[in-house]
Design a protein around this ligand. Structure first.
Ligand SMILES: NC(=O)CC[C@H](N)C(=O)O
Length: 276
């Protein structure tokens, strides 16, 4: 079995974050626990205009701060070109490339492919929330092993709503889950995960988030005040409790990205070039 090559696209624009530590930890755990021969490289996409070429087997593109709306930054067309090239590669080659898009990256790609409406929310969403599976999400391998609803970390100012059904159909993409049902709020429920193809998927929430990082975040005065103001002290205390519950964030963290990496590895094994 040849080495599995993983590209990690850091979309944090040089700002401090928990996401990169979590993504790299999941990759290292996969390497150690599953005894996988792998290498990974990190690309500082927004901060240094670095992008990987097509020599990797797996691409994980992180979340990040700021606006995902169209910009004139140099990395942006290069990032979309890479995404187009990866889809194109998968159309034409037996050995597929696997792609996972997190939060900011997910928003960018949904905008690029015109699969839904990207807009700014009325207020920031930050906390641990239930994710409700759609029909396609009930059977999808990405969410297999998670209950309905399952819990995940959300941290964003933007959202994807109004799925473009005909584009989704043409593309062969499906919506896997949406944000919580709010019977008294007359707002669209945001799309929280999409399968773009057998190999390409993305989430609006943070599947990499771990209890440690989230606890650090939640305990900053600004975050605590934000959650208490929006949802009340009780909800804040519930969220802190979720961080000690193995069936909430820790479960999501242990199922989605590790499962994605395992499926990517399995696919490479099946299509490995035969030595004669
Ligand atoms: N955590 C993220 O990746 C956030 C994505 C985007 N910057 C937003 O605010 O919606």
């Amino acid at each position: 079995m040849s080495q599995l090559k993983i590209a990690v696209l850091d979309m944090n624009n040089n700002l401090p974050n928990q996401g990169m530590r979590c993504i790299l930890q999941i990759i290292r755990n996969f390497q150690e626990r599953d005894h996988v021969d792998l290498v990974y490289d990190v690309f500082n996409v927004r901060g240094s205009d670095e992008l990987p070429d097509l020599s990797y087997d797996v691409y994980i593109s992180s979340g990040g701060p700021g606006s995902p709306l169209a910009s004139d930054e140099a990395w942006e067309p290069r990032f979309f070109q890479l995404i187009d090239d990866l889809f194109d590669w998968n159309e034409r080659n037996a050995r597929k490339k696997f792609v996972f898009l997190i939060c900011h990256s997910f928003q960018l790609v949904v905008r690029h492919l015109e699969l839904g409406l990207l807009s700014k929310r009325r207020s920031t969403s930050f906390g641990i929330f239930p994710m409700h599976k759609e029909a396609d999400g009930l059977t999808d391998p990405m969410l297999k092993g998670l209950p309905d609803p399952f819990y995940a970390v959300d941290s964003r100012d933007y959202q994807i709503t109004k799925p473009n059904k005909s584009r989704l159909r043409t593309f062969g993409a499906s919506i896997l889950c949406r944000e919580k049902i709010r019977p008294h709020v007359p707002l669209d429920r945001a799309i929280m995960a999409i399968r773009f193809s057998d190999e390409v998927m993305g989430t609006q929430f943070h599947p990499e988030a771990d209890n440690q990082g989230m606890l650090l975040h939640m305990q900053t005065e600004e975050r605590r005040k934000h959650i208490v103001k929006l949802f009340g002290q009780r909800k804040y205390d519930d969220m802190v409790d979720y961080l000690q519950d193995p069936n909430k964030i820790a479960l999501t963290e242990s199922v989605i990205l590790p499962g994605f990496l395992r499926r990517a590895l399995r696919a490479q094994k099946v299509t490995k070039p035969q030595l004669v």
